[in-house]
Ligand binder design. Sequence first.
Ligand code: NAD
Length: 250
Amino acid sequence: MAQAARPRRVLVTGGASGIGLAVVRAFAEEGDFVVSLDLTESSAASESVIGDVRESKSHEQAVATASKGEGLDVLVVNAGIHDGGLGLHSDVDELMAGLHSVLDIDVIGYVLALRAAASDLAAGSGTAILTLSDASFLAGQTGAGIAYTAAKHAQVGILMWAARALAPAVRVNGVAPGGVITGLCAIDKDGSKPLFADAESKRELVASRNPLGTVLEPEEVAQLFVWLASTAARGMTGQIIRPDGGLALR
Ligand code: NAD
């Protein structure tokens, strides 16, 4: 008789909201042990580590909680913020603050997650999946400003580098959605505010921009993470799935 698969040990950064929360829920529904690292608790995680992805000790604590010293099966590097369309017209202080805020979380936070998890992933023959964005490819066409666009391009480099460096033990892939209506926050000089505050008009804008006219729900995007973590994707590393309604065809 075939042995039942044990629950996988999964860590998701930014698992308290939006795409990350849907990913946490999707793996939990598969029967996995899922830990979220976020500023607040995740309603769907087996355990939440409250921490900041800009700090390596938060990642180390999250990896230890998820792996229980026995290796990590899946790392989802996802926590991020947007820049709300920051441009070169911005006042220099605003531009510098925006660059530092976004790059610290969206670039350094991604590297710190991979660094903290690398040996536990290798021990568990695990897989890492990064949340990228249509802004990783389409500069200036998706409402993203210079900081978010730079960060999302940098994440492609991080993914490719890590896929090469961590092979053959660990597969590293990415999912780059188009607009998904979530709690994603944009930073500006007054702090952070929801990017999709007017969800209905944002939904129409996202749909009007892509050839398929799609606006995916976080739950639909999450299924791609589950698939990338499965044995069906065992031949894939350094790959990026782009559920963006065909934006590249425009
Ligand atoms: P979200 O705001 O709903 O989720 C992001 C999560 O990251 C939040 O729970 C937030 O608390 C957490 N986070 C932010 N800064 C953090 C920090 N310093 N330390 C710990 N946690 C922190 O937004 P989302 O849309 O689900 O975004 C998730 C990822 O998806 C991001 O990387 C984003 O760039 C990417 N993405 C989003 C869209 C979209 O349209 N929503 C499209 C493409 C890619």
